[in-house]
Structures are given as C-alpha cells and as structure tokens.
Design a protein around this ligand. Structure first.
Ligand code: ADP
Length: 763
C-alpha cells in the first residue's frame, strides 16, 4: 500500500539535511564571529595607528560607535553560537557525535581537510592518516566516478547533491550510504571547500527489513480481520479486504475500482454518499461513522452495517480508509450468545449443586454469580449476592456453619494461586442442619488469565447420614454375627447332646416297642383266654335263668339277671379289646356290603337299649332320606355306632337326649352325627380323646367306667372305610361326634325303612 521504503528514504534525507543545515549554521556563525572579531580588531588598530593620526571627532565617534556595534554583534553572535551549540552540541560535538554520520571537510581538490569522529567510526580510517588524502579512497571502486560528472555542473555543485552510493571501509568492506556533498560555508578555509556528510545505511537496511515485515504483518491483519476494510479515492474502491468481499458477496477483483455507491441499498444511497463525499473532501472532520444498509446477496435481504472511516493518503493523494461491520451477522451472533447465556442461566439455576463465582480484580474479589442452590444451602438471599465482597461472603458463610475455622481456612487456601482445595462434610447449621462438600478452582479466560474462582457445594447430608447408618448397621451386624456364632456353637453342642438324647430315646423307644408288643400280645392272649370262659358262663347263666336246670326263687332270678347284665358288659369290653388288638396287629379284614342305614342304626340302638331306658334318655333319628344306603362291614360299623351311643348314654344326664342324623355328603360319602346333651368335652381335650387309652378323667377314682379305647377303635374302623371323625363340644352342653362313611353305589329304594320309624323318638 505504501511505496516501498519511501517514508524511510524521506526521513533519512530530512535527518541528513537537518544535520547539514545545523552544521552549516554553526560554521556560518563561527566564521561570521571571526570576521566580526577581525573587523573590531581592525577598527581598534585604525584608532590607535600612528599613521592614521588624529581623527576628526565625527570619525572618532563613528569608529567608536562601530566598535560598540561590533561588540554588540560579537556578543549577539556568541549567544547565537551558544544557542546553536546547545541545540546540537558544538561543532566538534556535531562532527564527532553520531557514530553513523561521517562528516568530512574537503578542499577544492577533493582532498580531506577535516575528518570527524563519526567518519573514523564509519570508515575505520584514523583521522591523521586521512588528512590530505583524496576523498576517492572512501568510495567503492567506480563510485566516485559516477558523482564527479554531477559535481562538474556548477548549479548542482552550488546547491549540493544527495546520493545513495556505496562506500568502502578501511578493511575493504563495502557498505551502502547516503551522502550529501555541499559547498562549505565561505570563510571557513582559505580555499573554497566542500562538506561531505555520509550516513551508513547498513543499520537502516535492517530497519527497512523490519519495517517491511511489520508492513506485511499489518497487511495480513487487514486481510484477516472479520470486519471489511476499504480505501476510497474519488468515491471509488481502490482497495478492499477479503472480509468486505465476503460481506457484500462480490468477488474482490470485481470490487476493485468500483464506485462505492454500488454497495449501498437504494434507500440509503443518497444520504450515505453525501456524507462519504464530504468526508473525502475533508468536510466531515478527520474520522466518522454511519449506520447504513448494504445490498445483500442477489435477491437476499439488505444487510445492516456500520461504516467507519478516517482520512488518509494513498499514492500521495487524499483518500478515505474505512471499515464495514456487518451488524446483521452481529445481531444473529448476539441472539445466539443471548440464547446460550439463557441456557447457561437455566442450567445454573436448576442444578442441585450450589455454584458461586468470585470475580478477581485489583480491588479484591467480589461475588459475580451465585445460583439458587448455593443461596438455599446457606440460607443467603439471592438478591444480596452479586457484588458481595470476599470478606463479606466469608463472614456470612462463617455465621452459618458449625465450625467457622474450617470454612475460613478453606477460603484462604482457595485464594492462594494454583490451589484447588476441597472441603468435605462441612456442617451447616443455618437455615437447617446439612452436610456439604465444597470444591473450588480457577475460572480462566481463553488466554489463560485467571478471571475468578468457582465454588461448588453439594448437599451430602443424606449420603453421609446413610453412610453413618450403614456403619452403625455394620457394627450391629458384626455384633449380631458374633452373637450368632456363639449361639451357633451352643446349638452345635445342644445338637450333640440332643443326638445323644435321641440315641437314648431310640433305645428307650425300642425297649418300649418291645414292651408294647408284649403288652399287645398279653392283651390279645388275655382277652382271648377270657372270652371263651365268659361265653360259657354267659350260656350257663342264661340256661339257669330259663330254668332249664330247675326252678328259681324270685331272689335267685333277680341276682342272676344282674350277673348276666354284667357278663354282657364284660363280653362287650372283651370284644372291644379283641378288635383293638386285631386292629393293632393289622389283622382286621373288612367284609363290605351295601346296607340300609336305618338297619345298622336300629341294631346299635337295640344293643344299648337297656342303658338308654335306665337313664330315661330320648333317642331321635333324622335321616335326610329314608333310603340312605351305606357300604361297609356290618359288624364293624355296628361297633362304631354302639361305642358312640354307649358314650352318649354314659356321659349324658338323666332324662337327656341323643340325636342321630344322616345326610348325603360330598364325594360319595354319608355324613352322620351322634349328638348328646351330656357333660361335654373341654376344648383342650377334644384332640386327645381319639388316642388309645385316653380318658378325660383318667384317675382311679373316676366317676365313669371304661377302658379309654372305644373312640380309638371307632376312628380306626372309620379310617379303614376311608372315612374320618371329629368332635364338636361345649362342656355342660353336650357333644356332637361327626363322621363320614362311604355311600352304597346303588341307592335302592326297596331298602327303605317303613316310614313309621322316621324321626321318631325311641325309648
Ligand atoms: P371310655 O371307655 O373311657 O369311654 P372312649 O375311648 O370311648 O373310652 O372315650 C374316651 C374318653 O372320651 C372318655 O373317657 C370320656 O372322657 C370322653 N368321652 C367320650 N365320649 C364322650 C361323650 N359323648 N361325652 C363326654 N365325654 C365323652
């Protein structure tokens, strides 16, 4: 954009010219002063010279005045010289000071008459070797020849020349230099001379390179920025960067040289161009900006843009350099940022973890943000949080925890650079008891710079309490385990002794079994042995009572009748015992047949008829139907009914009642009941009465006779038939024995009992 090194060249020339001008001024002032001194001396001489003689008073006054004037001039020149010297040092200082500025005085023959310290430094030649030598020695071979012709021209020689040439150092090294060769001020030397000022450009070349690099960086920057950049000259675009081409969607090459108005939306054209025109003319000040609309892509919506400019020069002519910011894209971006900020805010506010950001600045930290969860966990009003200083925050947090020292040392640790401490199980007491885990870490900008500190807090009350409970539970469990182990040991010992006991019991059991067998055998044998004589006793007694053996007195008859009754009872008992021992041995066999129910019932009632009558008991039968037929062993079922009726009479009260019921039950069974109005059976005894030899009153002084095997025989017989029995009783109210028997397969109507017997009380 800017012509290569032009500014630098101009600068160098100006500096050189300045140096020369100052040098020349000092030379001039110096020679002027010397001339004035000479004139003053001459005036003095004139006044004192004997040959001059007496002067006329006018001449005397004139000369005096001239002397005074000259003295004034001298004073003035001294002051000016001092001023000039003050500005650039004295002449020598100027000759010697800048190490890269060589001052060389030359006579008319181009021979060196003075060689400044700068010249020594630049060329490497010592001063004393150079005085009197031709200046050509300082030039690269052939260089001096190129200058000579210019110096031959009088006009140029008088005005002085400035040239870029190559000079040569003493060691032969060539270097670029800018020289100025001008006539030395007159009066400086006897002969007319020249002053050569040479500037070593080696360092400046390096500078030039740096400048070029910086220009390149600048160019890249302009090419790379997101905003459009343009240079406008005569309302035409003479430069546009790629971003501007992108924004207006026109090729960069196509934009080059195009009128600026082509970019503008018709509605904004006149207004904008008016301002641009005046800006170019400099009527709008050095810089300005304007919001306007640019044409969008073909057929697209116009773009909102901000155009800013400042006046500059381009190619030596005034121009406007400007930027174009696409506000449409910016607005879209702002929307995106706002949406993302809103999302962030929503997340911050909804998360269950507490979050607090402490901004760090030179004036100390202050709260930038605290989310809802943080405020709630510490019971802090959310609206007070932003701007709260670090110290205030520390104070408030301390007031809400059980152990303020803990949170204080945590906050101190957190503010130490590079530290990211954690604090676990901090107990908060206000607004309610809770346990919190705190953590912190730095918030960094994209550049890595620390912007602040982020604190997070998590409520772990439930977890810690659960952990506590769990630990407690584990302890309890441990204790329980050891107790259990103890118990287990005891159990093992108990089991061992139990096993021993079992062994003993088994032995005992075996003994008992053999005893039981012996008893059963004895019982069977005794019953059998008793049965035969009893039957013969019974037969004889009946024969006597029938008077087959002769007449009987009434007393004899009564006595024998009583004996016969007791013999019958005895036979009955022995029968029971016999069938019991047969049942026990498993020798019982059933002779099944279909029998009308009323028959077996009537036979059994007949069997105990004597005792029923004696106790004045009313017997009632209730059949569901008269033709109920059962299938069973007639003798055995007779025994069941006889035993139940015997008990119903035995445990009944005088004048009591017995009811026999029968109905069809489920699954091909008959359901029968024998109910009495006797003493009843206590609930706790009801389960035991079916066991053999069990009697509710088992004492020797008991009121009711019996063996305690009647019900056990009943149960066994019913079981043999596939039936069962249970009792329902209330002491003092009577008992009901309920049992089941198989129904006959065919219920024959012919088996029905004459209707007269139905439901009739029998005495
Ligand atoms: P026992 O020969 O003693 O009658 P059981 O086996 O027939 O033997 O009866 C056992 C016991 O059950 C009886 O001693 C009696 O205590 C009780 N018991 C049986 N039937 C009745 C009943 N109908 N009323 C009251 N108690 C009865």
């Amino acid at each position: 954009m800017v012509p290569d090194g032009a500014i630098f060249m101009v600068g160098s020339v100006a500096l050189l010219a300045g140096s020369v001008a100052v040098a020349l001024a000092i030379f001039a002032l110096g020679s002027l002063r010397r001339s004035a001194k000479r004139v003053a001396g001459q005036v003095r001489e004139i006044r004192r010279h004997p040959e001059v003689g007496e002067l006329t008073p006018e001449s005397e006054t004139g000369l005096k005045t001239l002397g005074v004037e000259l003295n004034h001039l001298l004073g003035d020149l001294r002051a000016r010289l001092r001023q000039a010297a003050a500005r650039s040092g004295d002449l020598l200082a100027l000759m010697d000071a800048p190490s890269d500025l060589a001052l060389v005085a030359l006579d008319g023959e181009w021979q060196i008459t003075a060689f400044g310290r700068g010249a020594v430094a630049v060329t490497g030649w010592p001063r004393e070797e150079m005085l009197g030598r031709h200046v050509e020695i300082l030039f690269a071979p052939g260089s001096w020849e190129t200058i000579l012709p210019k110096l031959a021209r009088r006009s140029l020689r008088e005005a002085g020349i400035a040239e870029r040439v190559r000079l040569q150092r003493r060691d032969g090294e060539l270097f670029p230099a800018l020289i100025s060769l001008a006539p030395a001020p007159e009066g400086r030397a006897a002969t007319a001379g020249f002053l050569l000022v040479a500037r070593d450009l080696t360092a400046e070349r390096a500078l030039e390179t740096r400048l070029r690099e910086s220009e390149e960086r600048h160019r890249r920057l302009v090419e790379g920025v997101g905003d459009g950049v343009f240079i406008l000259q005569g309302e035409r675009l003479v430069y546009v960067n790629p971003a501007l081409a992108r924004i207006v969607a026109i090729e960069r090459e196509a934009l080059q040289g195009r009128p600026f108005k082509d970019l503008l939306e018709a509605g904004d054209l006149l207004r904008t161009m008016d301002i641009v025109r005046r800006a170019e003319r400099g009527e709008e000040g050095g810089a300005g900006e304007i919001a306007c609309r640019l044409k969008g892509e073909a057929g697209g919506a116009p773009l909102e843009a901000r155009v800013a400019w400042s006046r500059t020069e381009f190619g030596g002519r005034p121009a406007l350099i400007g930027t174009v910011a696409d506000l449409t894209a910016r607005a879209r971006l702002e929307q995106v940022i706002a949406a993302s900020e809103a999302r962030l805010q929503a997340i911050l506010m909804s998360t269950a973890d507490g979050i607090l950001v402490l901004g760090v600045s030179s004036r100390g930290g202050s709260v930038v943000l605290a989310n809802r969860a943080f405020c709630e966990q510490f019971g802090l009003p959310a609206e007070d949080m932003p701007g709260l200083s670090e110290a205030e925050l520390a104070g408030r947090l301390q007031a809400r925890v059980a152990d303020p020292a803990r949170i204080l040392s945590f906050l101190e640790e957190a503010s130490r650079p590079g530290a990211s401490p954690r604090l676990e199980g901090l107990e908060v007491t206000v607004p309610r008891r809770a346990l919190l885990d705190l953590a912190t870490g730095p918030v960094r900008a994209a550049s890595g710079e620390i912007l602040g500190l982020l604190f997070t807090s998590r409520d772990v009350t439930v977890r810690l309490d659960l952990e506590g409970n769990l630990r407690q539970g584990m302890d309890d469990l441990g204790r329980a385990k050891s107790e259990l182990e103890g118990a287990y040991r005891e159990l093992a010992e108990a089991q061992k002794s139990l096993a021993q006991r079992n062994e003993q019991l088994e032995r005992l059991n075996a003994e008992l079994k053999s005893l039981d067998e012996m008893k059963s055998n004895l019982l069977a044998n005794v019953s059998h042995e008793l049965h035969t004589p009893l039957v013969s006793i019974k037969g004889y007694t009946e024969m006597i009572l029938k008077r087959r053996l002769g007449p009987l007195t009434p007393e004899q008859e009564r006595g024998l009748s009583v004996a016969l009754k007791n013999i019958d009872r005895l036979v009955e008992m022995i029968d029971n015992l016999l069938s019991f021992s047969r049942m026990e041995k498993g020798e019982t066999q059933l002779h099944l047949e279909d029998i009308p129910l009323w028959q077996v019932v009537d036979e059994a009632v007949e069997m105990v008829g004597e005792r029923i009558k004696k106790k004045n008991i009313a017997v009632t039968t209730e059949y569901e139907t008269d033709d109920l037929m059962m299938r069973g062993d007639r003798t055995k079922i007779g025994q069941v009914l006889t035993n139940l009726l015997t008990n119903a009479v035995k445990f009944n009260k005088e004048g009591g009642g017995i009811t026999i019921r029968a109905r069809k039950g489920p699954r091909g069974f008959l359901e029968m009941e024998v109910a009495d109005t006797g003493i009843g059976i206590p609930a706790e005894e009801q389960g035991k009465i079916f066991e053999r030899f069990y009697q509710v009153d088992g004492s020797s002084r008991r009121k009711y006779e019996g063996t305690g095997i009647g019900l056990s025989i009943v149960r066994d017989i019913l079981r043999l038939h596939g039936g069962s029995i249970r009792v329902s009783s209330e002491p003092g109210q009577g008992s009901v024995f309920i049992f089941t028997l198989p129904l006959a397969r065919v219920q024959a109507g012919s088996a029905a009992r004459p209707p007269a017997g139905r439901g009739r009380a029998r005495e």
